[in-house]
Design a protein around this ligand. Sequence first.
Ligand code: GRF
Length: 201
Amino acid sequence: MNLAIFASGRGSNFSAITKEIKQGKIKVKLVILVCDNPEAYVIKRALRAKVKVILVNRRDFKSRADFETAIIQRLECYKIDLIALAGFMRLLSPAFVRQYRNRIMNIHPSLLPAFKGAHAIEDAFNRKSSSTGVTVHFIDEKVDHGPIILQEEIEIRRSDTLTSLEKKIHAVEHKLYPQAIKLFLQGKVRIRRRRVSVSTL
Ligand code: GRF
């Protein structure tokens, strides 16, 4: 199986996944990093891990369709079976989603459907919610939506600051995302009528 990670920023999830692949805990070939931001720190991480970087800058393309066609060409060229979005800050079109239906995972820092959007951690913190969490799901045509693979709840304590909450969430992400990929590769993630069942045996 060939994996592509899509990321636009820091890349801590990229590193968490790479680490488990290197340790032989996830049996997949991480073939490419697709990145849309030439300044992203994740590029340095990929080069260090000797993962090929495909840089696709949206500004270099006339339309989103052209931008996505360029990405799909690379995915086909590298025979990618599974895509893991890890902080990729662009929405993929319904046509893209259809082409890779149930083969594009995403990680989101909340217990979806709560706190969708780009500021999920701050939103949960500012709303003084007693808990939040992490979700790994397949994407569908809607934003921060689609069949849920794994979720973990995280308590927000009165003593938490935004920084301490971010730390707790990222720690859970770095455990949950590799776990979801591993379960998928082991054939333990089944999808029927847009619902996922996960066997952890
Ligand atoms: C994570 O919090 C993830 O849930 C969200 O984007 C962030 C990416 O962080 N989708 P990193 O770039 O992997 O450090």
